[in-house]
Design a protein. Sequence first.
Length: 627
Amino acid sequence: MSGILNDDIILVVQSKKVLLVGAGGIGCEVLKSLVQSGFKNIEIIDLDTIDVSNLNRQFLFRKEHVGKSKSEVAKQSISQHYPAVNITAHHRSIIDSEFDINWFKKFDLVINALDNIAARIHVNRMCLAAEIPLIESGTRGYEGQVEPIIKGQTKCYECEPKEKPRTFPSCTIRNTPSEPIHCIVWAKHLFKKITYYFNIYFSICSQLFGEEDQLGENDVSPDTEDPEATGGAANAALISNSGDGLLNRKSTREWAKECNYDPQKLFHKFFYEDIQYLLSLHDLWNKRKRPKPLKFEEIQDISEQSVTSSTDECLKDQKIWSLQQCAEIFCESIVKLREKFISVQDTEKFLIWDKDDKNAMDFVASCSNIRSHIFDILRKSRYDIKSMAGNIIPAIATANAMVASLVIFQAIYLVTKNQTSCRTVYLRRESNHKGEIITPERDLLPPKVTCLICSSSSNPQVTLIVDVRKMTLKQLEEEVLKKSLNLIEPEVTVSETSTVILTSEDEFSKEYLDRTLTEFSIKDGTLIHVNDFLQTCEFFIRITDRNIENKREEALFEIVRHTEIIVQNENENDKEKFNGSAEEKNNEDEDEDVLILIENGNDNLISGKRKMENDDFVPDKKLKSLI
């Protein structure tokens, strides 16, 4: 591209310093195009390492690079061809505190090539605070987009609400699955921790290899509080089946350790005993087909045609396993995972589920298919299960390259102060009425007045609807401020009394975290001031109190902003949006508790890493896109 730029522009481009966040599918293409366009001072940051699945489109990487830092290898690959270019690589998370406002200010331009919302939001806020122009980019299959963000002139990344991941009622996952995805979520949860919330009276922690949950919030055992299991029948059945009462039941993790993770005993518990208990909840099966408990020794008597050929290795993952094969793979994966789990007890102490880990993926695939058989649900191939469990979105190398080229045009406009030429540009799968697949918007849209981050309002505010007698300060910090509002180091002050109730300083006593909001004199109508010094971000939260006693199905909390209501842990089918104040919400339909299928970026708040196969898609309602 440098061949079509005049000398004055080339001199400007060569003098500018650019930060590239992300070295994946788009990141590799952008880095190459930046260098070829004359940019000579580039820093690149990425926490991820190279995986085999990256090699088909991330052209800077080779097979021998698998397991190495993406940013470091990208730098080495480019430097071999352009040794005069000054590239600095960071194998770190962009959310680390060392990358503060002053660090961002040393750049003339920031380019996002990320694959998770939390990191995108953080970079958006840092660039606004540092007053550095940002270019957002992303692809999904054949589609993509590029969006310049300039403080005070354009809308920011948070001006438009992002679509939420698909969610499912927890009682559906635990008691009454009806789709393959329900069984896949259950199997994945059985391995590891997936967060959901409800007013819990009794729970058994059931994950086998993931991080232990001391509060029992991640159970996959039959749900004793399913609203359809009325009249106390659930607890009565559980006492009858267990023989020793509710309070004496062991966690599955503890029991599994005692039996040395015996595969057949685990099989018997998950696929026979738990199903027998579900059958005792008679109300659940008045209008549903009853599940069929399965004993391990009975599998060989079930007549099914074998569907996997050992001579057809290239298509093996696309075959649907027979029930006997599922049982065999279940046992084999348990044995391998048990050995790995024992080996990490002195270090990590738990396993992290990874779709690219053969044993972990075999465990989820076999478990979900066995459960599907029990509930008479269509079984899926390992290939399909991996796609659903890992949220794999097809990545197209040519789409990445096209979006990267559009990024470079916007980058040159921005560093040469030709901002009137900047446009948000879309790459579309199908051409418009003019036969175009690349379509720019006519003008850049200004900041939204309702935006919490870039609005010119002196008092940006959201409303938090919550039972102040139940929510603790820790839940306010972790679930509301960090996970939902994407703050890193929040500080909270009660405006009426100027009392600081939360701070990231070391001397802040952890004993306060277990206290409820009412213990800090927070009530209906209380205004709290929230500040994040790392992001240079501050706003107010107006508390709206509600008493959610005896309403187990209602969400833990709700946030009202951007004239819409965002319900945490909501049923996707019961999503509510409205204009106006929080008091206008219709509470007739109560949302059910859900398990989150796709971790929506909140888990990446600390690591900054997201193991997904999609290449950095930026959601936009024009493309009706879903992270």
